[in-house]
Design a protein around this ligand. Structure first.
Ligand SMILES: O=C(O)c1cccc(C(=O)CC[C@H]2O[C@@H](n3cnc4c(=O)[nH]cnc43)[C@H](O)[C@@H]2O)c1
Length: 223
């Protein structure tokens, strides 16, 4: 019989955040739980994929989670609410055409979507609801560019009517996890609404407080 050599102090869940403030918020919520390792991706899907792959090459993990703040689509996810990804979608992976955007799926060049672990995602939603958090299970878009105009907002809403949030790392983290055959989750707390750029309106502090709550909920999912 093959035994798992890891002991209870070896992290088995890797959480990737883009910036240090997100990492610290998650770590406050985890309150030292030894099952989790939190590491930084930097901003954007390319760094996210490369840095996640580097972490996964260094140690064996059972789950990978991408966590951080995000933009919420109006009417789907309000500022400070939480979105757990039901689908992780690379929204800008494909080609423009005169008839509109063509995703790589339609070009016969692969898939722009990765499915997160359904069971753990659902359990995370339940734990957050038990904490009285406002939480939505819905598609989360990954883009290399933060949406900053009404035109792009309208295009994304039309292409992905169910999407609740957009961020910049999820599909990169998920791609590295998929290649390593490890289940992935994405969870985002909403710091701003997707729409015409208004950086002063971003509520980072409140979104980071919600991220701390996500950290607490994660310890319950894996208790
Ligand atoms: O300035 C700070 O203190 C600070 C603290 C935590 C995070 C930040 C960021 O700027 C995070 C960038 C990160 O956030 C995601 N994000 C947030 N809103 C959006 C959006 O509307 N569209 C796309 N991405 C968004 C993204 O994943 C970035 O990596 C600052």
């Amino acid at each position: 019989m093959i035994r798992d050599q890891r002991d209870s102090t070896t992290p088995s869940i890797l959480i990737m955040t883009s910036v240090a403030a997100e990492k610290e918020a998650i770590e406050r919520g985890l309150s030292g739980s030894s099952q989790f390792q939190v590491a930084l991706t930097g901003v954007g899907p390319a760094k996210a994929a490369a840095r996640t792959a580097t972490e996964l090459a260094a140690r064996t993990y059972q789950y990978v989670i991408n966590a951080g703040v995000a933009g919420g689509f109006s009417g789907k996810a309000d500022i400070t609410s939480i979105v757990v990804a039901s689908r992780i979608i690379a929204a800008d992976l494909g080609s423009e055409s005169v008839d509109g955007f063509l995703p790589v799926d339609q070009l016969g060049l692969g898939s722009s979507e990765i499915k997160p672990d359904r069971s753990k995602s659902t359990e995370l939603v339940k734990r957050l609801e038990d904490m009285n958090a406002t939480v939505t299970l819905a598609p989360v878009l990954t883009l290399a560019t933060v949406t900053g105009t009404q035109k792009t907002t309208n295009e994304l809403t039309s292409r992905f009517p169910d999407a609740a949030a957009e961020a910049m790392e999820g599909h990169g983290v998920a791609t590295a996890a998929e290649l390593a055959q490890i289940p992935v989750l994405e969870v985002r707390t909403i710091s701003n609404q997707v729409g015409p750029r208004d950086r002063d309106a971003w509520q980072i502090k409140e979104a980071l407080q919600a991220l701390e709550r996500v950290g607490r909920a994660l310890t319950e999912v894996w208790s």
